[in-house]
Ligand binder design. Structure first.
Ligand code: SAM
Ligand code: SF4
Length: 325
């Protein structure tokens, strides 16, 4: 079992396989970064997998593949199959913008993938275009249909932004409700890479919008999930991911690995240790030591709380497209 320096059990590893993306979401990567990680610095799937085996053997039971846009990385289905074959009962999921799902969903399902989280911020083509800075909606909706058709579990993530897609909170939720898909609203997390012109919505503002014409009942956090769940009209469950709340980090169970091998203990902070040297040398003990150090030093909580933001601190400089959100 993996326990961090604050006594929390860590059993969840998020692996970003690329920082590159085919979208330019305003809250994540509004512009192409000054430079990408050179391809030769990316760990191969075999190298990433070597670390993942160490983490699984030591207690990780849940793995999420993310990015950037993970479906841009060639051979992703083979990588998923490697993980699935090593531990078929592992909870294996992927986060994607769905653009490439129409042509990849079946291979992902065949490789052993169980679940997908898909970003869907709007059902209006022009608003989806404004957020992703590309005409994406038709292809994303096709991707969602294809995922459902091949039998993958689907959850939707929406990041509500003031004056952009805030009027669509109920529409996107109804789209999900009609398809029996869970939606999770994610509070915009301020970071120095995002567009300076956008403003996120606080969880309570999102709930106010949901309440227009509906009843909601709080259900609470589900285990170590960052999502606080609610029941809409006593029948449909939706979630709110609210990192600006004090209790958000209490049960944090996750660490993140980037495509170049940085092991990140907290989404907010810049701290990370590299496992690249260890995995390139096939040094399992070395990889395990890096893992132990990162767990020991995992911060107690993020600094997205309202108080921290009001103190005028610098916002997080961690790029979501690097850490995988
Ligand atoms: N490209 C994939 C996608 O968009 O689903 C996976 C990577 S993306 C970084 C993972 C998640 O992070 C997405 O659900 C996205 O909405 C979320 N995200 C990115 N930047 C964010 C921000 N500043 N605040 C809140 N959520 C963010
Ligand atoms: Fe790409 Fe996902 Fe970031 Fe949007 S949120 S720019 S789709 S990595």
């Amino acid at each position: 079992m993996l326990i961090d320096g604050h006594g929390r059990t860590v059993n969840y590893l998020r692996v970003s396989v690329t920082e590159r993306c085919n979208f330019r979401c305003q809250y994540c990567m509004p512009e192409k970064p000054f430079s990408w990680v050179p391809r030769e610095n990316l760990l191969s799937f075999e190298e990433l997998f070597l670390f993942m085996k160490v983490a699984i053997d030591e207690g990780v039971t849940k793995i999420r593949i993310t990015g950037g846009e993970p479906l841009l990385r060639e051979g992703l289905d083979k990588f998923i199959k490697m993980i699935h074959d090593y531990k078929p009962d592992i909870d294996l999921a992927l986060t994607t913008n769905a653009y490439l799902l129409p042509q990849t969903a079946q291979a992902l399902k065949d490789a052993g993938l169980k679940r997908l989280n898909i970003s869907l911020d709007s059902l209006k083509p022009e608003v989806a275009h404004q957020i992703a800075q590309k005409d994406v909606l038709a292809q994303v909706l096709k991707g969602i249909d294809k995922a459902l058709e091949v039998g993958l579990g689907v959850k939707i993530n929406m990041v509500p932004l003031k004056g952009i897609n805030d009027v669509e909170i109920l529409d996107v939720m109804n789209y999900c409700r009609e398809r029996n898909i869970k939606i999770r609203f994610i509070e915009y997390m301020e970071n120095s890479h995002a567009s300076k012109t956008i403003e996120g919505m606080h969880g309570r503002e999102i709930l106010e919008k949901v309440k227009e014409g509906h009843t909601i009942r709080a259900l609470g956090r589900e285990g170590a999930s960052p999502s606080f769940n609610y029941l809409l009209d006593e029948e449909y469950e939706f979630g709110l991911i609210d990192p600006h709340k004090h209790d958000f980090c209490e049960n944090c169970n996750r660490i993140r690995l980037t495509a170049e091998g940085n092991l990140i203990p907290c989404l907010y902070f810049d701290e990370a240790l590299s496992i690249a040297k260890a995995v390139k040398e096939g040094d399992i003990e070395g990889a395990s030591e890096v893992l132990a150090t990162v767990l020991r030093d995992k911060p107690k909580e993020n600094r997205w709380t309202e108080e921290s933001l009001e103190e005028g601190q610098d916002v997080s400089s961690r790029a979501f497209y690097e850490t995988g959100g």
